[in-house]
Design a binder for this molecule. Structure first.
Ligand code: SF4
Ligand code: SF4
Length: 119
């Protein structure tokens, strides 16, 4: 999924003009993508002269950090509200199960997507 690097965007509006389905607008002189509308065509990546339209994969470290922080918060809350350190470890196990499920969904989805390749 594309995203706009607000520090790199100079508000030239080229991506707004070139997006084939009008999914990009200007917000406070910076481009903003409506992800509900975006069809992931990649045009905005190609046309931006500032390389301000970035790839989803660049957010992987940020995503991992957010997942770990979220897990820590849940663990702390389980200890606090259930009153036992063991509850924190149970919470951790549940979060590990959750992310394992996400991994399986991603792997199986990739298998199915490979079947969509044209001959
Ligand atoms: S083309 Fe690039 S610099 Fe221009 S508005 Fe779009 S994201 Fe910003
Ligand atoms: S990927 Fe395509 S549809 Fe999505 S915002 Fe960029 S140009 Fe528009």
């Amino acid at each position: 999924m594309p995203w706009i690097d607000k520090d790199g965007c100079v508000g030239c509006g080229i991506c707004v003009e070139k997006c084939p389905i009008g999914a990009i607008s200007m917000d406070d002189e910076r481009a903003k993508i409506n992800m509900e509308k975006c069809i992931h065509c990649g045009t905005c990546h190609s046309v931006c002269p500032q390389e301000a339209v970035r790839h989803d994969s660049e957010k992987i470290p940020e995503n991992i950090k957010a997942n770990v922080e979220q897990t820590k918060k849940f663990m702390e809350a389980c200890v606090k509200y259930l009153g036992d350190d063991k509850e924190g470890q149970k919470c951790l196990n549940r979060m590990i199960k959750h992310f394992n499920k996400e991994k399986i969904v991603a792997e199986k989805t990739l298998e199915e997507l490979e079947k969509l390749r044209y001959e």
